[in-house]
Design a protein around this ligand. Sequence first.
Ligand code: A3P
Ligand code: MG
Length: 249
Amino acid sequence: MTTDVRIAARLAEEAGRLLLSVRAGGCDDSTALGRLGDTESNTLLTTRLAESRPDDAVLSEESADDPRRLEAERVWIVDPLDGTCEFSTRDRVDWAVHVALWEAGKGITAAAVSLPALDVVYSSDTAVLADRVTEGVRIVVSQSRPPSFAAGVASALGAEVVPLGSAGAKAMAVLRGDVDAYLHAGGQWEWDSAAPVGVALAAGLHASRIDGSPLRYNESNPYLPDLVICRPELAERLLAAISAENAAE
Ligand SMILES: Nc1ncnc2c1ncn2[C@@H]1O[C@H](COP(=O)(O)O)[C@@H](OP(=O)(O)O)[C@H]1O
Ligand SMILES: [Mg+2]
């Protein structure tokens, strides 16, 4: 395991533990609980990165965007709490911490996703694509904002649509073989997908924009509105079905 991956995994785990304690502390106001989780986890991640990688830039959902990252060779792209809504909902386990390293000319070179409520950390050096555990194709989508074409794509593939919170939780569900694909469109940011995509690609999954083009990170505008992560053998059929649905819409 490289030192960068080890740092990513350790920080994702440490922030996850902090979030579990914030959650256990209790708070009747779910919006305030989510905000506290976002802030505390972001402080931990940015402090630790400044200590262990002082020369690197950071792009975080919860920090002001520092334009110096556009000149940097190494940028950590972090989402301190992905699935804030689910984190704030009692007994939900579909929320995550994302830590990824982007390097100029290389893309995402180290990544970790922790699912603290499930006590698991996935990293780009150790993640392994599991065998499928279900019959038939299953496509996981956002519970609150599923793509408009999800039902049409599912119908074309004879697939089942499964709603779940958090981009990290959904991507790791594909890795675990619980589902076959994660489909998203209509809005998202680089921090939502950088670490999940880094882990997914390292494990041999397909990950791209919904038009099949590569996902690019550390762009001046970090808006990255759509993606598909799926088992490699499904990619061609899934991208063709998305394209057909979009043409028909
Ligand atoms: N239409 C949209 N516009 C912007 N962000 C979106 C979005 N749909 C989903 N996301 C973000 O993607 C992440 C996963 O969403 P979902 O659980 O709905 O699949 C969430 O990140 P955060 O929880 O970090 O804000 C959510 O805010
Ligand atoms: Mg997010």
